[in-house]
Design a binder for this molecule. Sequence first.
Ligand code: GLY
Length: 569
Amino acid sequence: MKKFDRLQRFCLFLLAAALIVPTGCGESMPPQNTVSRKGMVVSVNDLATRVGVDILRQGGNAVDAAIGVGFALAVVYPEAGNLGGGGFMVIRFPDRPPTSIDFRETAPSAAHRDMYLTESGAVDPEKSLRGYLAAGVPGTVKGLELAHRLYGRMPWKRLVQPAVELAEQGFRLSEDQARSWRNMAGAFPSTFRVFGHAWDVFARNERFCQPDLAQTLIAIRDEGDSGFYTGRIAELIEADMKRNGGLVTVQDLAGYRAVERQPIIGSYRGYEVISMPPPSSGGIALIEMLNILEGYNLADLGPESPETVHRVVEAMRLAFADRALYLGDPDFVDIPVEKLTDKTYADELLSQIQLGVAGRSSMFSVSARGSFFHESHETTHYSIADSTGLTVAVTTTLNGVYGSLAVVDSAGFLLNNEMDDFTAKPGEPNLYGLIQGTANAIEPHKRMLSSMTPTIVVRDSQLVLAAGSPGGPTIINTVLQVLLHSIDFESTIDEAVSAPRFHHQWFPDVIDYESDRFDPLLLRQLEEWGYSLNPVTSLGKAHALAFDALNKTFRGAADPRGKGSARGY
Ligand code: GLY
C-alpha cells in the first residue's frame, strides 16, 4: 500500500474511532465495518451479533458473549448455527496461555468404516449427506457448557435466555431467508413442520416463532448440558434415529465429551499465531503454510502480483498434501504435529518449490492418496473481544447448509451431516475435490477431520486480530489470506477481509480464483507458468476483528461477500 494512502486511511480511522460510530452501514444492511472502544462482536447474523454485544454491555466477558451468540445463531441462522452440530473455540486470555475447546461431533458407537458404501462397494454420497444416518453425535451444547464452566463469568441462564426469547417470540425473516427455509423444508416431515410455513410468515409480515426449539432451549437453560444429552431431548433424538435409520443413541449422547485442547501456536514474522489443533486440520495447515511463506519477501512482491500468488499456491499445495497424509482425530491417530509446524521442515518444503514453474500435485506424497471427498462450504464463524483483550474465535457447523436437512421431531433443531467429513472409502477417489488418507477413516466415537480454522494473532502480548470463515477446505486458505494481507501488506482488517481470494488444495491441481477480481495479466502469467485456473463466484466469508494498540480501539469486519454484522460498544 502506498504511504499516502496509508496516511489517509489512518486519519479516517482516527476520526471514526473518535466518534465511535459504525462505518459502512447502509440503511438496510447492518454495519459491516465498525470501530469501538470496549469490545467487538462479528457474526453472520445481526440478531446474534446484538445478543453478543448486549452480554458484553451487561458485564459478561468474551466467552459469555460467544455462548450467547452460539445459542442465538441456532435460532436465527439454521443454515449453520446449531444445537445439532459441532465446532471449535479458540480463546486468548490477556494474562495466561491461550486454549481451545473441541466440540466436534463424534461417530456413533454403531458406525463402521464401510457404512456409506453400496453393496457393490461404491460410495453412496446420499447416505452420508442427507438424513439421519449422516449425523454424528452433536457437540455444540457440551462445548458451550465446557467453555462456560471453565471461563465464563455470567450465569448460564442469562446466556441462553436471549435464544429462548428469539425462538419463543420470533423475529422477522428476510425474503431470502423465507424462500430458502421454505425450499429446504420439504426434505423431511419434521423439517416441514418447523420451516414449511416460512414464506407465509414472511408474506404476512409476521414474526417467525419456533416453539419446539424454544422448549429445547428452555431445557438447556434450566438443566445445562444434561437438558440436551439426557432426558426428554436425548430420547427424542434416539426415537427419531430409530424411526429413520440413524445410529445415534441415548448412550452416545450421554457419553459425548467436549475436550479442552492445547492450541496450535506458530510464529510468523514476529507475530504469534494461535489456531485450532486436530481434529481440525486448520491450525497445522495454516502454520505450515506461514512457515513456508516466511522464506519469501511477500511485502516487496505485492498482494496481487503473479509472484506472490505463485508462492502462496505452492505453499497451499504442500500443506494440503500433508493434511491428507497425516491428519485425523488425535485420539485415534498419531499426528507429527511438531514436524509439520517446524520451521526447518518448512525450509525443506520451500526447497521443493521451483520459482517460475507450476508445481505438480502428482509429484509428491502420492502415498497419501485416499479418497476424494466433498466438504461443504456452509459453516459459520464469529469473532468476539472484550475490553480486557479476552478474545474468542468460534467456527461452528452442521456441515452442509442446514446439515442433514432433518429436524429432530418435537425438538425443533436440525441434525448435522458431519459424517460426510470422514473418508467414506480410503484409497479410492470419487467425484469431489479434496483427497484424504486412512487417518480419517470412520471408527466409532472418532471425530471427523475438519478444516475449520478459528485463529487469533498476538504480538508483544497485545491482541492483533481474530479471524475465521466458512468454506470447507477453502476456510484454511481464506484465513491464510486474511493474515497475509494484515501482516505482509499492512491492510486494515476490513481491507484484508474483502481482498480478492484464491484457493489451491493439492487435488484437484487447479487454482480457484474469484472471478473479475484479479488482473487478467496476472492470470495470463500464471497460465504461462503452467497453472490451470478455475473462476469461482466467491471464496469464504471471513468474520474478523483487529485491535489497534495505539488508539486502544477494536475494528470489526464482516465479509462484504455475506450479510453479517460487526458491532461494538
Ligand atoms: N464441515 C466442514 C469442516 O468441518 O471443515
